[in-house]
Design a protein around this ligand. Sequence first.
Ligand code: CTP
Length: 409
Amino acid sequence: MSEVQALQGRHIVLGLSGGVACYKAAELTRLLVKAGATVQVVMTEAAQQFITPVTMQALSGRPVAASQWDAREPNNMAHINLSRQADAILVAPASADFIARLAQGRADELLSLLCLARPIEHCPLLLAPAMNREMWAHPATQRNVAQVAADGARLLGPAAGDQACGEIGDGRMLEAAELCDELIAFFQPKLLAGRRLLVTAGPTFEAIDPVRGITNLSSGKMGFAIARAAAEAGAEVTLVAGPVALATPRGVVRIDVQSAEQMLAAVLPQARRHDVFVATAAVADWRPAQSAAQKIKKDGSGQPPALAFVENPDILASVARLPAAERPWCVGFAAESHDVLAHARQKRVRKGVPLIVANNGPATFGRDDNELVLVDADGEQALPRGDKLTLARQLVIEIARRMAAQGGA
Ligand code: CTP
């Protein structure tokens, strides 16, 4: 099942001012359309030096608006029509010159004109700056950026890195996928604003020797999706991840660990400063009693080495046992292969947590979609089968609802 179209029904005015980063706007348009948005491209004259309106029209499926004197508009008021229809205006790239124009409230070409004419309360303005690092760092640009932010614009980036001019530093425009994710996040309700959420994700790896170990098939996708959904909902998110090769969701602080003991050591000091703890990690239940410092070699006897195991600490239960004043609101996951609900109910009580999210382990590990049942003191609630990000967003809503019902963290 593919991810729901997170921008379905949204109408985005995508403004391009002049800069090499215009090449990224083509991909951005494609991603926004794929996410369900309708995209109206508006280009300054300088932007048309970098990419043609032909490309942008083909990708957006709409003629590009480029002039306030365009007589095709029946009322000849392109700036009013464009800004009244938009759910948001995203200017990407926003050049140093364009930001300077906004800071001054200039209106002598269509894009700055429609930004000025937009109803501030209903039509947010997002800017993705793109320029050379010296231009970005210049006091005039910093002054203009501070002014447009004070006037209500939201800045997305810039990022640091290689620049088209060959220099390295701050001023790169965010990548198209990052800007699309930022826009999706922007539209999510801020149900966890002011809350801090800690999440564990992925498997753990328990070393036998420097080249071997035991682990499991958890991909970490559910935990990463929850971290992303919580960040989208306005939470400050810390993600403690076992060994997985997934990208860190934007705005999330990530701590990488290998073993269950390392995960516990990372989680415990963090738990006290978070309001919610969501344990999605598939923590290995046992670890080798001893981890050999050197690779274990065959000894020629034909006999495998005798491995002894000891039980790992239960991270979720350890957090749930913290004194009430230090304890975050705990959510556990139960990955079962049979009798899912009965085991989940028992697990909730055994671990002493208010909410357990039950799923069928073998049916979900590594997949993009899942089916969840929420088990709490009041009973069970099934979330319809869906992709993990959609489920994560629903789970965030449920967590926020339960926290609000109990009147705080
Ligand atoms: N968990 C944990 N630390 C462990 C084991 C589990 O934090 N050492 C957490 C998981 O992240 C999950 C919940 O406890 O949120 C339940 O994990 P699960 O593997 O389903 O259960 P176990 O406690 O391992 O019990 P069992 O193996 O008997 O099913």
